[in-house]
Structures are given as C-alpha cells and as structure tokens.
Design a protein around this ligand. Structure first.
Ligand code: NDP
Ligand code: 2IT
Length: 448
C-alpha cells in the first residue's frame, strides 16, 4: 500500500527529513497517514488549521544524562528520554521503557502512538513516552534503585500530576515505579499521583497489573463476537512472557482458549497441553529467570532458541505481546498457512507493515495495538482519578470499567471504519477515531 494524497505525501517527506535515522517513528507516522487520507480529503478545516503538521512534531523533547554507580563502585552513564508529544486532550501520559535498544526514534514512535491510543480510551490523557537505554536485566536491586533515583532526579523537573504522568513499559514494572515514586516524593516533598502502576500500599490501582493483558482479551472478545467467533476452544500463541503476555494468557484461558506458546528475547516454549501460568509467573515475576527454565519442570514441553519460529506454531489466534516489529511478512504467512484467522496486538507496533499487508491479503482479522492494548493506559487513567479523589476502588469496579472501555474502543474503531468506507479495517478505524478527537481539540485551542 502506498500513500497517495499529495498533501500527506509532501508532509511525510518533511517528517522524514526532520527525523532522519528514526525508522520506527517514520513507520508509525506512515501508517497513521495512510489511514487518514480520507480524513484529509473530507476535513479541509483540519488541514487549514495545520493539525497534521502539528501532530507529528512533539511539543517537547527532553534528553538527559543518567549517571549512577554500580555495585563495583564504577560510574555508569545512561541516556534518559521523555517526549511530551501532545497535550491537546489532557496531561501527557505514557510509559517509561528501560531496554538497551532505546533511542530517540523508539521513544518518539511510542509517544506518537500513545496520542491516538489515549484518545481512544475516552479518558482525558495526552500522549507522552520516556525511558532509557539502561538494561535492568542482570542488575542487582541496589543498582536498579540507584539508576531509578538518578533518572527521577532529572525527570522530576518536567513531570507532575497535572503535567505529565509516566508509568511502566518494557523493563519498568512495580519495582522500578516504586523507586522512582520514592525519589520524586523525596525531592518535591509532594505525595501525588505523578506516576501510575504504583504499589497498592501507596496509591496504586487494583487491576493495573492485569489491565493491559486483560484489555487485549476483552478487545479481542468484542472483535471476535462482531465477526461471529469467540475464544472458546481456540488455540492461541502469545509472544513475550512479561506483564502483557502473562495477563493476556490468564484472561484468554479464562475465556475458554488454550494458550500453547510464550517467549522471551532468547527463545520460545511450546506446550501442547496449555501453558502452566503459575509456573511462568514464578519464573518471570518472582525469580526473573529465562523462559527456557519452563521445560525443567515440564519436560514434555519444547524450548526453541530464537524468537521468529513462534509464528510457525499452528494456532487460531496470535497475540504478539513482546516488542515492535517482532512479526514480519514471513511470520504472518506462516500463521495464515496454519489456519490462524486473527492477529491482535498486545505489544506496540509488533507487526511490520509487510505483515499487516499479509493479514489483509489473507482476509485475517486484525486488531491494531493502539486500540487493543489501550487497557493498560486506561486503568492508569482510572488510577489518576482515584488518586485525585484520594479513594481506591475495588478490583471488580476497575475491571468492570476496563471491560466497558475496551468494548467502547472496539465500537469506535468499527464505526469509524464503516463511516469512512473501510468496514472491517480496524487499523484505519482506530487511527481515524483516535485522531479526530485530538484534532478537534487542537483546532479549537488555536495554533499552539
Ligand atoms: P515486560 O518488560 O514485562 O516484558 C517484555 C517481554 O517482551 C519480555 O518477555 C521480553 O523478553 C520481551 N522482549 C522485550 N524486548 C524484546 C526484543 N527486543 N526482542 C524480543 N523480545 C523482547 O514488558 P511489557 O509486557 O510491559 O511490554 C510488552 C509490550 O507491550 C511492549 O511493546 C510494550 O510497549 C507494550 N505495552 C505495555 C503496556 C503495559 O501496561 N505494560 C501497555 C501497552 C503496551 P526479555 O525478558 O528476554 O527481554
Ligand atoms: O504503551 C502503553 O500504553 C503503556 N506502556 C502504558 C502507559 C501508561 O501510562 O499506563
């Protein structure tokens, strides 16, 4: 597929020139622009208001040094980022990624996607993202704490409960959020909801840990229902074995599916009997071990080195929940050849553009990340509400709200796709519905 609208083609050229060496960011903008072609044609008022030019340029980009001392007394230096992308509909909101692959282009693509995702949740949150090339893997708790404290020592100058509210992402879980919250409170002398995903003893929301994975399954359930299908008795392959993958596995199983595979960046496990999730939680959440350890307890399961082979496992539904561009055309073709009929994204931008082309060519159902994985940030929004009113809601209350938000997100994607003549194309629907709300707000607020 190629972009045809002359105005968007020219603007994309400018974006490419201005953001050289950032392929992931260009990939995310290109996909959104392709979906927005009919909007640019139907809404000349938004073109005139410069919304398209403004939405691809972050409002603010902060890059900073993060020095810390390791357990051997040696100084280490990482690079920290916070991209405050768009505040048209609320304070900047989005996670912090800690992974050695982090650089400006990754944080920008994530921040850009977050604008539309947050808009889809219906909650008042703008788009932002941050992180560092720090690798928490193999570090002691003390090292992680010193890194987090140093990171927050700079970040605290830029964030606040009504300004910018970070949360978790790859490599940033409850432990890291706890250390960062402690340092923010110490420096600012304020106990506020400046981060989400906090521990339950200091302002965290019940069901935030489960929210992204559960949300992926609630969204998938809606999408399947709308197409006369369900999770019941389906075989599911899930990549990753982190926060999103674990709780997607849990909910998919509860909804009647059998999850047969999980992975990490080293390889994948295939357990035909269905994944033993209690074991995965113990290995990953408690012991921070590799997924290959699974076969020590379940020798009947099979471990394979390398990630891409996971898509050759026969399944009905695939939920990529690890990282960007983890599923390419070859993987998509392998899935289709084995009868997989739906790919729903838990990770951010896990499918390459070529893989997405394959989904459409083969008539597979496709649920795009910015709609399907919005449950995490949605419950972050609910955590902000609870912090503001200094109350905490029950698990059932939060989970019930999450379910109805995911239902509404599916409905918005479905309706926008229909309205713009692309029925069943939930990617276009998500991009259009997410964009329109932000665009209206940007237009109403004038040229800022
Ligand atoms: P975690 O850090 O908990 O888990 C990440 C998982 O993905 C691990 O199994 C990890 O393996 C694997 N992984 C990470 N990087 C790579 C890589 N470069 N190649 C192969 N595998 C990799 O993160 P989350 O589960 O929170 O995040 C997973 C995805 O979901 C990300 O795309 C994130 O942006 C997205 N997401 C997360 C939300 C949240 O609330 N946490 C909300 C919405 C989206 P290993 O341990 O070997 O690194
Ligand atoms: O990609 C995402 O939506 C997240 N990592 C969650 C962000 C949040 O603010 O909860």
């Amino acid at each position: 597929m190629a972009l045809k609208n002359k105005y968007l083609v020219d603007l994309l050229e400018t974006v490419k020139k201005r953001n050289q060496g950032e392929p992931e960011f260009i990939q995310a903008v290109t996909e959104v622009f392709m979906s927005l072609e009919p909007v640019a044609e139907k809404r000349p008022d938004l073109v005139e208001a410069g919304v398209f030019e403004r939405i691809v340029e972050p409002e603010r980009q902060i890059i900073f040094r993060v020095p810390w001392v390791d357990d051997n007394g040696v100084t280490q230096v990482n690079r920290g980022f916070r991209i405050e992308f768009n505040s048209a509909i609320g304070p900047y909101k989005g996670g912090l990624r800690l992974h050695p692959s982090v650089y400006l282009g990754i944080i920008k693509f994530l921040g850009f996607e977050q604008i539309f995702k947050n808009s889809l949740t219906t909650l008042p949150m703008g788009g932002g993202k941050g992180g560092s090339d720090f690798d928490p893997k193999g570090k002691s708790d003390g090292e992680v704490m010193r890194f987090c404290q140093s990171f927050m020592t700079e970040l605290c100058k830029h964030i606040g409960p009504d300004t910018d509210v970070p949360a978790g992402d790859i490599g940033t879980g409850a432990r890291e959020i706890g250390y960062m919250f402690g340092q923010y409170k110490r420096i600012r002398n304020e106990f506020t909801g400046v981060l989400t995903g906090k521990g339950l003893t200091f302002g965290g929301s019940l069901a935030r840990t489960e929210a992204t994975g559960y949300g992926v399954c609630y969204f998938t359930d809606e999408l399947l229902k709308a197409n006369g299908k369900s999770f019941k008795d389906k075989t599911v392959v899930i990549s990753g074995s982190g926060n999103v993958a674990i709780y997607a596995t849990q909910k998919a199983t509860e909804l009647g599916a059998k999850v047969v595979a999980l992975s990490d960046s080293n390889g994948y496990i295939y357990d035909e009997n269905g994944i033993d999730l209690a074991l995965v939680k113990q290995l990953k959440e408690v012991e921070r071990k590799r997924i290959k350890e699974y076969v020590n307890v379940h020798p009947e399961a099979k471990y394979t080195e390398g990630c891409s082979g996971i898509w050759t496992i026969p399944c009905d539904i695939a939920l990529p929940c690890a990282t960007q561009n983890e599923l390419d055309a070859e993987g998509a073709k392998a899935l289709a050849a084995n009868g997989c009929f739906a790919v729903i994204e838990g990770a951010n931008m896990p499918s390459t553009p070529e893989a997405i082309d394959v989904y459409f060519e083969k008539g597979m159902l496709y649920g795009p990340a910015k709609a399907a994985n919005a449950g995490g940030v949605a419950v972050s929004g609910l955590e902000m509400s609870q912090n503001s009113e200094r109350l905490s809601w029950t698990f059932e209350d939060v989970d019930g709200r999450l379910k109805s938000i995911m239902k509404e997100i599916f409905k918005s994607c479905d309706e926008a796709a229909k309205e713009y003549g692309m029925e069943g194309n939930y990617m276009a629907g998500a991009n259009i519905a997410g964009f329109l709300k932000v665009a209206e707000a940007m237009k109403a607020q004038g040229c800022v």
